[in-house]
Design a protein around this ligand. Structure first.
Ligand SMILES: NC(=O)c1ccc[n+]([C@@H]2O[C@H](COP(=O)([O-])OP(=O)(O)OC[C@H]3O[C@@H](n4cnc5c(N)ncnc54)[C@H](O)[C@@H]3O)[C@@H](O)[C@H]2O)c1
Length: 323
């Protein structure tokens, strides 16, 4: 797809994945509007859009008039969300307000202002719950382990209904744990790897909870590539796809990669899962993403070791902006 001059809306555009997508789109010559409400505790960071030629609109999808923002958009990448699992447990009403109710607001605004726009929706593996089998394909039963899983599933399903009833080209990508530059590393709110990276760079031991759980971490450039391909591939429209990463690794294996890459700095301790997290932990997960690979030719290109090395290098020069 030639992105030059195309008008694109990215919701959640100042967050981790949204900002990386904005950079990629702007570099391809697209006219990008990044909509972000800078929600407390999320991944939004003004530094995330440094150097990207995008228009940033600070507004909340729960209340702002979304029609002018949708007007003329050819593609809407929809990434705005309340993403914290513990946050969703503590305040499920706020979680539903963003991940489900505001999704319906956006659907209605887009119906009026951008009826032809392709929508790529950021969904999650979270609502599969504790996998009954591995790797998890798209037919795996949905069994959300927490409130955030319920609201994210609802949001996705509203978008798929819009495809079925109004013919809107919609693709939903069920992402696994993503990491890389612009991830929130201040604390553990955005994947365990964020706080691990911070601890390594500050020469503090990081904690591995459990350790045997498998994860197929996706490097952010591969996530961005998946979003761009999903938009550009009409055969994908109307479908839901899992997005995985390179071959899975256990948390302990990932911790040892950190040690190998930063031998002077990385130290870790293992401990039991805290009780409040254990109740919503999903155990091991890795995706069967063969359907998306077959439809688009996508495949993750960045290995775990390479991705962690790139992440460490990126944050070394920018730590103050992210802690
Ligand atoms: N990062 C991952 O590992 C991962 C995994 C699965 C799914 N996802 C999905 O990908 C999307 C992006 O996630 P992320 O990791 O970049 O998170 P993030 O927190 O960095 O980005 C989400 C952005 O949405 C914004 N936002 C939230 N509520 C808003 C509102 N009411 N109005 C306007 N903006 C609002 C936040 O300020 C934030 O910048 C989310 O939909 C998330 O559920 C991410």
């Amino acid at each position: 797809m030639d992105w030059t001059g195309r008008k694109i809306l990215v919701t959640g555009g100042a967050g981790f994945l949204g900002a990386n997508l904005c950079h990629a789109l702007a570099a391809r010559g697209a006219r990008v509007t990044a909509l972000d409400g800078f929600l407390y505790g999320g991944g939004a960071n003004p530094a995330n859009l440094d150097g990207a030629a995008v228009e940033l609109v600070r507004a909340d999808i729960r209340e702002t008039d979304l029609r002018p923002l949708c007007e003329g958009a050819e593609v809407i990448f929809n990434l705005a969300a309340q993403t914290s699992h513990m946050g969703g447990q503590r305040d499920p009403l706020a979680d539903i307000a963003v991940n489900a109710v505001a999704q319906v607001r956006l659907i209605q605004a887009a119906r009026e202002a951008a009826p032809e726009a392709v929508v790529v929706h950021a969904s999650t593996r979270q609502f599969y719950g504790r996998p009954r089998y591995l790797p998890v394909d798209e037919s795996h039963p949905v069994n959300p382990p927490d409130a955030n899983g319920v609201s994210k599933f609802a949001g996705e399903q509203y978008w798929m209904i819009e495809h079925r009833t109004a013919g809107r080209p919609v693709v939903s990508l069920r992402l696994t744990n993503c990491y890389g530059p612009r991830l929130r590393i201040r604390d553990a709110r955005q994947t365990f790897l964020g706080i691990w990276l911070r601890c390594v760079l500050e020469r503090r031991p990081f904690e591995v909870w459990g350790g045997e759980q498998l994860r197929d971490m996706t490097y952010v450039d591969d996530v961005t590539d998946a979003f761009l391909r999903a938009a550009a591939t009409p055969a994908c429209h109307g479908n839901i796809y899992n997005i995985g990463g390179p071959p899975p690794a256990s948390l302990l294996e990932i911790a040892r990669i950190m040690e190998k890459l930063a031998p002077e700095e990385a130290q870790f301790v293992t401990r039991e899962f805290p009780a409040d997290r254990k109740s919503i932990d999903i155990g091991s997960y890795h995706a069967d993403d063969s359907a998306f690979r077959a439809a688009t030719g996508w495949a993750p290109e960045v290995s775990l070791e390479d991705g962690i090395a790139r992440s460490l290098a990126w944050y070394r020069t920018r730590l103050a902006q992210y802690v």
